[in-house]
Design a binder for this molecule. Sequence first.
Ligand SMILES: [Mg+2]
Length: 362
Amino acid sequence: MSLITRARASLVDLEVETVRTDAVQTFLKQETIFVEIVTGDGLTGVGYSYTIGTGGRAVLSMLRDHLVPMLPGRDSRDIERLWSDLFSSTRATTVGAITSLALAAVDTALWDLKCKRANGPLWQVAGGFRPSIPLYDTEGGWLHLSTEELVAGAAASQAAGWNGLKIKVGKPSAREDRERLLAVREAVGDEFDIMVDANQSMTAAEAIRRAHAFDDVDLAWFEEPLPADDVAGHVRLAQSTSIPVAVGESLYSIGQFRDYLERGAASVVQVDVARVGGITPWLKVAHLAEAFNVSVSPHFLMELHVSLVAAVPNGQYVEHIPQLRAITTKEMTVEAGHAIAPNTPGLGIDWDRDAIDDRTVA
Ligand SMILES: [Mg+2]
């Protein structure tokens, strides 16, 4: 009865809810790749993945041409086996972003089924540590905002009860970045976390220089200072500053996280459930980080990450960037600056089927 009878993939374009810029890119639209899996006992699992504007059709093609046809007839409960078989079948294109994003859409659909079959919410089925997770804001910290707008955004985040705000850095001069951060610190006081994010835009030398320039801002973390494949540069930076170094949104496999952790190059792990290939590898990365006494604060996708951070003991923060409001009927619950993991069986995301159909482009 748990055998897969049907599966399909589709692509939905979502307009961005806020203009978002950082040191290297603008978030144009969310290409949302859905996978729907139906089993013999009548259950339907819905999974998804995303890009911020490019490559969505490549992910869809990987699914339609290759991965989805492998699913019918397989037992939906054999998630590890399915993940492994799908991964192995794409050997010529793994490890890679397109394949990981495609695997994630399948894997999250299988976990939706697993939770529905267990009649439990994801946060408990995946581990069950605590349902309430501190939130920090990112929407008030984009690089194109003026210092005045940044300060106003920080005050608004603080008033809304968030525990911190992430600010993009990477202005041409270190002095300008520093002045923006100090203005925000002045406005929010000492008891509010400020994170910074360079989106891989710096050389190791420049990141080390800026970390020193930011020293008296008291930062919670310095995110993606360098290109993600420069592990040695991250090691040098981590050894030269007391600011925790955060990485993970641009890593696509468990092994890449292992390299960072075993070399002491990451103090905060920001594993993204879509980019790492789904809930199955996400949990392994979170547990691996726990073994290294490192916390997890995943990148984006708050609607799904709230349940995953709630599942593990080393979860630190959920990033508040709402992006599914146009295609869901219920928003993530927020109480006193904390995200509350949904208690309904499955992933806990209430999809608006009509709104999804309206926005389906392939
Ligand atoms: Mg980031």
